[in-house]
Design a protein around this ligand. Structure first.
Ligand code: ADP
Ligand code: ADP
Length: 226
């Protein structure tokens, strides 16, 4: 379990306007932390800075105890799930799930073992030989989730992972993601524009407004003090 800490972090894309404005937050090990707010408020930017996909303009970002500038994205030991799933169309489910393990020096036998365990956890055991185009939206979403979990990274970042699913499946996946996150003790940073999703999933949520923290706290505290 690892914490993620931002100290006075700002981001500007054009060198003039800050789209993230001096954010301070410490995300605790094992916490389910949700970033919520309307489109354009800076959620993806914040997530991408933590992932190392975007440089921070000023401030300090710590992943665990290490200053992030000392680490490339692949050294940050975190996994990501995207809105569009980004599955490899020419690979089957098993190959998609284990793809990220090739670079991690995990043996073939260990890859197989982890893949089977993860697939079983997510109800994918019968689908390992299928290609992504032979899966439903919900099944694809599960493969994307499996690919993140199988890395056993202590930190997982998710960017609107459920927005392509229908309402019923979304509700089901919310609770599945929460269960798996608790069971594995992963530190989760989860982005959504959906207030209900944030309320039902978060240990703590941060409401962003134009790159500023509007509110931060337990969902019930925020609900009672809007
Ligand atoms: P959200 O994820 O909450 O929708 P974003 O982090 O994507 O918000 O965007 C925050 C702000 O930064 C927006 O004003 C957006 O237009 C701007 N922005 C995002 N990405 C870029 C980029 N690559 N270049 C310039 N501006 C960007
Ligand atoms: P091919 O080797 O057949 O050209 P690619 O390796 O270019 O296929 O990738 C095919 C698909 O996988 C693309 O749709 C792309 O979005 C997705 N993809 C490529 N790189 C990554 C990555 N690093 N993580 C997740 N998905 C990726």
């Amino acid at each position: 379990m690892k914490k993620v800490e931002l100290k006075n972090v700002s981001k500007s894309y054009d060198g003039q306007t800050n789209v993230i404005k001096g954010i301070d937050v410490s995300i605790e090990p094992g916490e389910f932390f949700v970033l919520v707010g309307p489109s354009g408020c800076g959620k993806s930017t914040m997530l991408r800075m933590i992932a190392g996909l975007e440089e921070i303009s000023s401030g300090d970002l710590y992943i665990g105890d290490l200053l992030s500038t000392k680490r490339s994205p692949s050294q940050r030991d975190l996994s990501m799930v995207f809105q569009n799933y980004a599955l490899y169309p020419h690979l089957n489910v098993e190959q998609n799930i284990t793809f990220g393990l090739h670079t991690k020096k995990v043996t073939k036998a260990e890859q197989k073992k982890r893949c089977l365990e993860t697939a079983s956890m997510l109800g994918l055991s019968e689908l390992l030989n299928r290609k992504p185009r032979q899966l439903s939206g919900g099944q694809r979403q599960r493969v994307a989730l499996a690919r993140a979990i199988v890395t056993q990274s202590p930190i997982c970042l998710m960017d609107e992972p459920l927005s392509n699913l229908d309402a019923k499946l979304r509700a089901k996946m919310r609770s599945e993601i929460r269960q798996i996150q608790r069971k594995l003790g992963i530190t989760m940073i989860y982005v959504t524009h959906d207030q209900t999703e944030a309320m039902t999933m978060a240990d703590r949520m941060m409401i962003l407004h134009n790159g500023d923290v509007q509110q931060i706290g337990h969902p019930l505290d925020i609900y009672n003090n809007p």
